[in-house]
Design a binder for this molecule. Sequence first.
Ligand SMILES: Nc1nc2c(ncn2[C@@H]2O[C@H](COP(=O)(O)OP(=O)(O)OP(=O)(O)O)[C@@H](O)[C@H]2O)c(=O)[nH]1
Length: 228
Amino acid sequence: MEDKTHKHVANGNCRDINIAVLGAKNVGKSAMIVRFLTGRFIGDYDPHMDAIFDTHIPVDGKHFTAHIMDTAQAQDCTTSSDSEFKEDPVSWADGFLLVFSLTDRASFTMVREMVSWLRTVREDERVPILVAGNKSDLVHLRSVTRPDCDTWAAEQGLLFQEVSASEDPASVQRAFISLCRHVRALCKKREKLSWTLQRPAVAAKLQIRQSLKNLAEKKIWRTRTSTF
Ligand SMILES: Nc1nc2c(ncn2[C@@H]2O[C@H](COP(=O)(O)OP(=O)(O)OP(=O)(O)O)[C@@H](O)[C@H]2O)c(=O)[nH]1
């Protein structure tokens, strides 16, 4: 755990990615993080564990550092103004892994509320979100169906994956990597846009366009006032 105060990639650093893992209690947030970081499934996790873990991972052939925040304390982050985190996960994160349990319908409802809420509170509405339905191994206890998840995810334009932290390590790996890839793609897009806007020719063009717009507005205003 190194630097907890670095800025998210929206501020221009595509080599570091902040991921906040959110969801209801007992859905397997810590289990997924531990599985991703260590490859192991322990079974029981300290429910009061809240931390940021750093790991180096490759995405599309390039290595970068992912900072992963386990929000064990935030049972409902939408009302966590008294959160014990040093960092507010909502403004800190570049991407969100929202976890629910496929055996717990209420946790699915909470994740759906979280998506709407995140899109309201984050200025960049298209903040990357991946929803993971965990505990897919507990087939006999399942209460959230695949069509339920797929339909909702498609409506919302969200990435969705079923995972099992206990039985399917590759599914957990895929979920994290896929979210990181999405964050990086967005970061690269922003980087390219800001580079383009800084080019003198583009800046001059934008300035001319703005001047023409101002002139046109002035002209409309004059025409309107001269009719009185
Ligand atoms: N069968 C099964 N059990 C799981 C899976 N993932 C986690 N669990 C179990 O679910 C329980 C809760 O896991 P945690 O990782 O502590 O859940 P959490 O969301 O971090 O919980 P809080 O810290 O209370 O917010 C533990 O008993 C885990 O062993 C899974 O994929 N399959």
